[in-house]
Design a protein around this ligand. Sequence first.
Ligand SMILES: O=C[C@H](O)[C@H](O)[C@H](O)COP(=O)(O)O
Length: 279
Amino acid sequence: MSSSSSSTKDQAALVESSKRAAAFQAVADHLLPSYTRIGVGSGSTVVYVVEAIAALGPSVTDSMTFYPTGAQSEALIEAANLRLQYINKLAPADQLDVAFDGADEVDADLNLIKGGGACLWQEKVVATAARNFVCVADFRKLSDRLGKAWKKGIPIEVLPIAAPRVLGELRAMGARDPQIRSGLPGKAGALVTDNGMWIIDAPFAPLRLPSDEGEAAEGEWTVDALADRLIKIPGVAEIGLFSGKNGLEVASGAQKPVAAYFGMADGTVEVRKAAAAAS
Ligand SMILES: O=C[C@H](O)[C@H](O)[C@H](O)COP(=O)(O)O
């Protein structure tokens, strides 16, 4: 084996062990035995979240019901013999106690890019139904501005018939070469989401935060302004920017996590916690 392929393997193993470490710590810190309704997100990191939950054993998990964010997490819940229920069965007045999910990038204010695995719409429904949304990731996702680490663009779920017009709007807003996500190698043509929609990946210049100093340069957006503009484009079903309030600032509907756990390359886990609203 060449030294470059063995170092690629070492890096992949390091990433997997860091995801797992973050998942086990997040579950230890945020899954209280008294909780009964748990959201389970999508992606490769969530696999370790489910492993950590299942490791608690039936004496803890038998009183819990698990709500998926799509076909992948549904299968994970079932494979772990955890009780499955769908978010449309949760009474509107009720909330999930906690929801765990991954992210593609996390900025200094805990805004997220999600949707690298095309599950963003149901993920946002489940995250905002939770009193405590907890993000689990590895060191590659840690960033100060969205768009610096995740260069593929903001995933945007769109009605297929509207896709060409949405692409036009995105270009006019400064997106750099937005593209309809391909289903290849598994499927010819556009990737189709669990909701029968398409995904457009729209790269923008790294997104500013309110605390950033200096004037915005031409084409630079703040996270909140861009999120507000994107969701208003006709034909856009949901966007992979999770922004606005966190669960300490509002009692329900928060898109931002109360905490984000990052498995680091040195084996430690770094935690970024949300700040409560200033009074
Ligand atoms: O659509 C996919 C989700 O938003 C994932 O949570 C996100 O892409 C992170 O996935 P992973 O844990 O595989 O990096």
